[in-house]
Design a protein. Sequence first.
Length: 221
Amino acid sequence: MNLKINDFDHFSFDLWLTLIKSNPEFKNKRSELFREFFEIELPIEEVIKVVRKFDVLCNTINERTGFNINTFEIYCLILNELKIDMMTINSDRLQDFYEETESLFMEYKPVLLNTAIHTLFDDIVRQEKTINILSNTGFIKGNTLRKLLSYYDLEHYFSFQIYSDEVEYSKPNKEIYSLVYTKANENKSIVKNKIIHIGDNYISDYTGALNFGFNAFLYEK
């Protein structure tokens, strides 16, 4: 990741496919958990297909609308598609499932895309620049992602972390970039073009940041 640190005062980072990528075993394990927890009688291949369908669809909807579909709403869409009687589903059961999913997530953790990321962050903070996380979420909530960043000893680098499930906006909505701008300016004055957002998604990260007035860096693996 070739960033010109001297050119900017604040660095906003996307998370998924910019700093981390999924453990290759996790998604199938999650589908197996879906099948077992909700006593789904369909073949696991069908469960995997439906989970994937709504994973992609809800991410696309969030990107197109700029708002955020709640994790539990995604669960309900999947369960309805899998012919589960929705009268047997309530928020407590969904919460129990999420907690088991979180345990699975931490067992099959995402991996860092760049093992030298601590060195980059050290260089940024050494120059008295600031950093944040700005991430759309879906199945995995911001609170869980904070635990993951703590596990990788990254959380202390960030002035703040913004997740779409917590603010109910998704990139590329200008409102979520406005939150970055406001928080980045809490302790010092930074003009928009001295803030750069780094991410892998052309629409959400690159165009979204530029449309708000930030600089942008499209991270390509």
